[in-house]
Design a protein around this ligand. Structure first.
Ligand code: ADP
Ligand code: MG
Length: 372
């Protein structure tokens, strides 16, 4: 990206320190991709063009292809706070809009289990900047799904402990609502797994450019700076495709397979610190061949960037390239003997098994000549 080019969308927009802190800072290891540049330019160009505005983006690709990092990079480029929601099958409407929690009296609170007391106190003490799920995720080290379940339990518990008393209710907006109302960049991970059609519909109508979300307390309008970045793994046999209506709301999509080989090598270098280009190049070629072979033969697993990084790192640490191929890459794709055979054959056909062997021979020799 040219040093002078700025993609900031709302320069001069006032932000709190907390919001400022949510804007992603690119680490030195970050490599700007074609996709990043393309999206940044398109969004910037159309930002003030009314109905042509691009504010719902879809990134589809393998795990490890860089979707999340790209979403974060957009936060950095646009100068918008980054936040995310990880979808799960049983998401319900309160996960989209938020939850109403009764505030139970302190003497009733004292009669609860200490663990439950503690969690409720954390929630009651929050300043409302974070969503309830985020608070629970941080305080109890839970996943989004666990936190959502916990919240449902707490709601039940709290309402059981309020009967007959006049109580105060507090509304805890979801992460989605927070991003929507205050104008953040929200990564929505894997919305294709959501089962409840009503939940999908709520999400879908929120994604209209001039959409709104009906809360129990008020109606909130979409902030002009709100950007939704939907990220999904490439659909494979058996996975649910992204809902058509949702897809219809998207104004820009990128299909992110494995990045270009040079980019793979560059990322592995900055990620692992290992600098041997000729070795990394053989490993990258192998990953590309395995990825294609798996796909053509409908083998379920993926050979993606993650496997590549761990493999490169193992080799850099002295492991045999041929052996670690299995425990860093192949067994992650499949343990079925026939499928393994297909993958091996594909590598042999491209001469890559031989190249991996060469790497091991060279390393062995280097090692022995280093000895006195
Ligand atoms: N542009 C990039 N520059 C450098 N490293 C990257 C880049 N994009 C992704 N990575 C690295 O690749 C790995 C996978 O990226 P991630 O964004 O988590 O993938 P995904 O969300 O598609 O599963 C991460 O460890 C990340 O640090
Ligand atoms: Mg991701």
């Amino acid at each position: 990206m040219s040093e002078t080019e700025s993609f900031e969308l709302s320069p001069g927009r006032p932000m709190t320190d907390a919001e400022q802190g949510l804007i992603w800072k690119k680490p030195l290891s970050h490599k700007v991709s074609e996709e990043e540049l393309r999206i940044s330019k398109e969004v910037r160009r159309n930002w003030h063009r009314g109905e042509m505005k691009i504010a719902n983006i879809l990134l589809e690709g393998d795990a490890g292809s860089g979707k999340t990092q790209l979403a974060k990079a957009l936060s950095a480029n646009f100068g918008l706070p980054y936040t995310k929601v990880t979808c799960f099958a049983d998401m319900d409407k309160s996960d989209i809009i938020g939850a109403i929690l009764p505030v139970i009296s302190s003497d009733r609170l004292e009669k609860l289990e200490p663990a439950e007391q503690a969690v409720l106190q954390v929630l009651y003490a929050s300043d409302g900047f974070q969503s309830a799920t985020k608070i629970l995720m941080d305080a109890l080290e839970l996943t989004q799904e666990q936190a959502s379940l916990k919240m449902r339990q707490l709601l039940k518990l709290a309402s059981e402990n309020t009967d007959g008393e006049a109580v105060e209710y507090r509304f805890y907006p979801s992460e989605i609502v927070r991003a929507y109302r205050y104008g953040y960049l929200l990564e929505i991970q894997e919305p294709n797994v959501i089962r409840d059609a009503a939940v999908l519909m709520a999400l879908n109508s929120a994604l209209e450019l001039d959409g709104s979300i009906n809360l129990p307390t008020e109606i909130i309008r979409r902030h002009p700076d709100f950007i939704a970045v939907i990220t999904t793994n490439r659909s494979y046999a058996g996975s649910r495709p992204l809902n058509e209506a949702l897809r219809d709301r998207i104004q820009h999509s990128e299909k992110m397979d494995l990045p270009a080989k040079e980019v793979m090598v560059e990322r592995a270098k900055s990620k692992t610190g290992y600098q041997d280009e000729s070795v990394l190049s053989v490993l990258a070629d192998s990953i590309i061949v395995l990825d294609q072979t798996a796909r053509v033969n409908a083998i379920k697993g993926v050979a993606g960037m993650r496997s590549f990084f761990y493999w490169a790192d193992a080799v850099a640490g002295g492991a045999s390239a041929q052996e670690s191929l299995y425990y860093k890459v192949i067994y992650k794709i499949t343990t079925d003997p026939e499928e393994i055979k297909m993958l091996e054959d594909a590598l042999k056909k491209q001469g890559l098994m031989a190249s991996l062997e060469d790497i091991d021979v060279v390393k062995k020799n280097e090692h022995s000549t280093m000895r006195p």
